[in-house]
Ligand binder design. Structure first.
Ligand code: ACM
Length: 526
């Protein structure tokens, strides 16, 4: 039932006729000889269609072919494309029954949920996928095929020409994420949306939000209201913090969902919990609430493992969070519990992972949880720095059936400084150049971890030193697209020298999008 709304294809449409009437020799030699555009992530296969170009015209429309159950979502993808092209080209770019830009979900299911095919020739741009999500991924490729100024938010002048190409594409890993730490510094809904917009351009599909840490609790919890109202009141440095109301969080989840990013909420436990302990005295073993904390130390706080209230608290919190999370993963933290004796840590995690699993969600936690009972379907997030202890925990988790998401701190932590002169960021995991962030293989980084256990990659952005989204952009760009490529592209496509050249081509795009990116001098930005 994929053909319900297939538009009748006229033998020759008006636009098609106009384009066919353009003699071949009218193509400028430059356009005809244009190199294949520099796509990130690199597609599985891309062929140049010599002599073919498509030029968006003031009359170009977008058409959607989708079955009834996919029509609304596919139309949303078309509307997003159309809205962006309207902003930058000044053309109407309407949705219509027939259009030279065609989005169709009648693609083969062998493409997978995220795969797509894209063909650009002189008559049409056609994106074909098996699902609206696949269409969305294909549209992100289409945006990169267009001139960079097509990403601008104000009207630019054309021409809007795309070199002829045939692309077939699908991801290497199912999990391709980034994390934003909204606890150390709070980020407004608008800032989170901006980050979602940028992450979605590189085909990432998970947005992990680190919602609670020592410095702030950032999500309204009705059953424990002081967590947000008091525990969220400050941030690092003592400036006012903030929290997301349930409506705010729903808006983030909705906005991310429309860009095919699933939100993974994290409440870090049993350590990194000063904000909760400060909000409710009863959660402390000694019954005394500590002061709010606005420094950047770690490892000093712990929930009280022996108290029953700890687990009724966690049960309340995780069930409210699960109810607001359409995705199937909830993250319970588990890292750096240096103030929790190890036996207590294991007792605590075994109870808490059971609570999370009881909400119907898959448990995700940092690699320290590898040492605890892992409910079926658990995901362990490796954040080691090539050290044996961290690798052992990831391997142990895999032997218990968990999958591993790779976030090696010395490669994928985007809050690490690029070099010693980077104005913000940290360096405890080392300096992470653009090359270092890109030049590794998620499936072979941990020796003797079966490649089949690797679910994918995630690039966390911790915010101890980052107090606004401009600084987050500076740390994430240009490194985030590299992690995105590790997650999407085939290992045979990964090559620093070739990547560096494709990356250089993103600079003008980021200028058009007003991204505050780090102009790494080793990249020949164009
Ligand atoms: C972490 O960086 N403590 C997960």
């Amino acid at each position: 039932m994929k053909r319900l709304l297939r538009p009748r294809r006229p033998l020759i449409g008006l636009m098609t006729a106009a384009l066919l009437a353009t003699p071949l020799f009218a193509l400028s030699p430059a356009a005809a000889a244009a190199p294949a555009p520099a796509l990130i992530p690199k597609p599985v296969s891309q062929q140049t269609l010599a002599g073919e170009t498509f030029t968006l015209q003031s009359s170009t429309a977008v058409s959607v072919v989708a079955s009834a159950d996919e029509r609304a979502a596919a139309t949303k993808v078309a509307e997003q494309l159309s809205a962006q092209l309207r902003r930058s080209t000044g053309f109407a770019v309407p949705l219509a029954n027939t259009g030279a830009i065609r989005l169709s979900t009648d693609g083969a299911s062998s493409l997978g949920a995220e795969g797509y095919q894209l063909r650009v020739d002189r008559t049409a741009v056609t994106v074909t996928a098996a699902t609206p999500e696949g269409l969305f991924r294909g549209v992100t490729t289409l945006r990169q095929l267009l001139p960079a100024k097509a990403d601008a938010s104000t009207t630019q002048s054309g021409p809007w020409t795309i070199a002829g190409t045939a692309i077939s594409d699908s991801p290497r890993y199912a999990y391709r994420g980034t994390m934003l730490d909204v606890s150390r510094h709070f980020f407004s809904v608008a800032e989170v949306k901006r980050y979602i917009d940028l992450a979605s351009l590189y085909k990432l599909n998970k947005l992990h939000l680190h919602l609670a840490d020592d410095q702030g609790w950032r999500l309204q919890i009705d059953s424990w209201p002081r967590l947000a109202t008091y525990g969220g009141s400050l941030e690092v440095g003592g400036t006012p913090g903030g929290y997301y109301t349930k409506a705010d969080f729903a808006e983030i989840v909705r906005y991310a969902g429309e860009r095919y990013l699933t939100v993974i909420p994290e409440i870090d436990t049993p350590g990194h919990t000063n904000a909760a302990l400060a909000s409710y005295a009863d959660l402390n073993c000694n019954g005394v609430a500590p002061a709010l904390y606005t420094g950047t130390n770690v490892g000093f706080s712990s929930l009280c493992v022996g108290k029953a209230v700890t687990y009724s608290f966690l049960s309340d919190v995780f069930s409210e969070i699960a109810a607001q999370t359409p995705g199937d993963i909830v993250h319970l933290g588990g890292d750096e519990a240096h103030s929790t004796p190890h036996a207590d840590y294991v007792t605590f995690l075994n109870k808490t992972s059971t609570i999370v699993a009881g909400t119907g969600k898959r448990v995700m936690g940092w690699h320290e949880i590898g040492d605890t009972a892992l409910p079926a379907g658990s995901i362990v997030q490796y954040w080691g720095t090539d050290d044996t202890a961290s690798r052992d925990l990831a391997r142990l988790a895999a032997t218990k059936g968990a999958t591993v998401v790779m976030s090696p701190a010395n490669r994928a932590y985007l809050d690490m400084k690029y070099n010693k002169d980077t104005p913000y960021g940290l360096s405890w995991a080392g300096l992470v150049s653009v090359e270092k962030a890109y030049n590794w293989n998620p499936s072979t980084l941990i020796p003797n971890l079966p490649a089949s256990a690797v679910a994918g990659v995630e690039a966390p952005v911790w915010s101890e030193t980052l107090d606004d989204i401009d600084k987050v952009e500076f740390m994430a760009f240009p490194r985030l697209p590299g992690i995105a490529e590790l997650g999407w592209s085939q290992p045979s496509a990964l090559n620093w020298t070739a990547y560096k050249d494709r990356l250089a081509g993103q600079g003008s795009r980021w200028d058009a999008l007003s991204v505050n990116f780090y102009r790494a001098p080793e990249i020949a930005w164009r």
